[in-house]
Design a protein around this ligand. Structure first.
Ligand code: UGY
Ligand code: MN
Length: 242
């Protein structure tokens, strides 16, 4: 595959997309001074959320909160983020900033992180911010299969309208069946790789690849290789389809 000859593994389809690193478009935004952002998933393609990668060569200072009504989630891929409420987030630490939180974001030079934003659907009181470290979260087997472990970064209480999980597949493990559900996903491969089935297509995927799975798209993953495969996956959850 040779990007300079017009080739890419990226595919944008009606109900899903694969976004691979060689086609990332890094842009600047007035709301994010000092940052370059590659927005990989956005409502323009049919998603109800935005997902991107943020990087900053010289660091970030006091990035303003998200727009009114918008929840923000960050997951650190390199360097360190600190927030104005005092928390410092290192590698594989995360933060959930609910709407109307006046917390600003700073980052060290060279930092990079995953950014998710979505219009928050409130049920009762809006939850407080959540900060944590992935390695502190215990994994639980998915449907009893300990070759496929899930770590939930957000509380499962009804006040949260989404979940962001890490799924770790033992080499050779796979989803037990082809899922179809009305909830959407945004996914970033963190380690390893395998084959992702999306709708009627099968994609080889590896570290750094991102995927949008729209409502109802048939989805399945099988892990390949000799080391575990891990992905971060967002899902709109605790919400009615109506
Ligand atoms: O939570 C999920 O729906 C998850 N099992 N989906 C996926 O990995 N594609
Ligand atoms: Mn799913």
């Amino acid at each position: 595959m040779n990007p300079s000859l017009g080739q890419t593994r990226s595919e944008i389809r009606r109900n899903h997309a694969l976004l691979t690193p060689e086609s990332h478009e890094w842009i600047t935004q007035p709301d994010w001074p000092g940052a370059e952002i590659a927005f990989l998933i956005s409502p323009d393609m049919g998603a109800k959320f935005a997902m991107g990668l943020v990087r900053s060569a010289h660091g970030l200072n006091d990035i303003a909160p998200a727009a009114p009504g918008v929840a923000r989630f960050v997951f650190v891929l390199d360097g360190e983020i600190s927030v104005s409420s005092g928390e410092t987030l290192g590698l594989e630490c995360y933060g959930f900033l609910p709407p109307e939180t006046d917390v600003t974001v700073n980052a060290t030079p060279g930092a990079s992180f995953l950014l998710m934003e979505w219009h928050f659907v409130a049920r009762g009181d809006i939850p407080a911010p959540v900060f944590g470290k992935l390695s502190d979260i215990e994994g639980t087997p998915l449907r009893g299969d300990d070759w496929l472990m899930v770590q939930k970064m957000l509380p499962t209480e009804a006040g949260f309208d989404g979940e962001v999980n890490i799924m770790t597949f033992h080499p050779g493990a796979s989803l037990a069946y082809v899922e179809t559900h009305f909830m959407e996903h945004g996914l970033l491969m963190l380690d390893g790789g395998g084959v992702y089935r999306l709708d009627d297509r099968w994609y080889p995927v590896g570290k750094g690849d991102a995927i949008w799975m729209g409502p109802h798209v048939p989805q399945w993953f099988g892990a390949l290789g000799r080391t575990p495969s891990r992905y971060l996956i967002y899902k709109n959850y605790n919400r009615s389809p109506l």
